[in-house]
Write a protein that binds this ligand. Structure first.
Ligand SMILES: [Zn+2]
Length: 131
């Protein structure tokens, strides 16, 4: 089970990496492409500033590259080894998968990136109850 307080929770749901009480994103749905990567400035619960420096999220590009490779390899293994599609069909499947999942990967890579630098803090999470 994935619960608040686990790093995976923040990574999968894009929750504030420190309190897990709020989404970092302005728009919940990553497929609204105009706001896929729009992130709030601060967490409305604990006040954490998400961009520690102006170009903070540029580093997440390295993560998204790694994620892209991981997704491509996974897709290839599923198509080629499990469904026994031809290499060409498997290749096309990879491209479709990467395009379809692109918004999700953009967010995942940012979530992973920020979670490398910030940690869940129980006291910040409980703060919200006082509100
Ligand atoms: Zn927070």
């Amino acid at each position: 089970m994935i619960r608040k307080g686990m790093k995976l929770y923040s990574i999968l749901f894009g929750a504030c990496p420190k309190c897990h009480q709020e989404s970092m994103y302005v728009e919940k749905n990553p497929y609204k492409l105009s706001s896929t990567i729009k992130i709030n400035d601060n967490c409305s619960h604990c006040g954490t500033k998400y961009r520690m420096e102006p170009s903070f999220f540029y580093g997440s590009m390295y993560v998204s590259y790694g994620l892209g490779v991981a997704f491509a390899v996974t897709t290839f293994v599923i198509c080629y080894d499990i469904f026994e599609l031809s290499p060409m069909s498997s290749f096309i499947a990879i491209i479709i998968t990467l395009i379809v999942l692109f918004p999700v990967m953009m967010r995942l890579s940012r979530n992973i990136w920020i979670n490398l630098f910030m940690k869940y803090d129980k006291s910040l999470a409980q703060k919200s109850k006082a509100k």
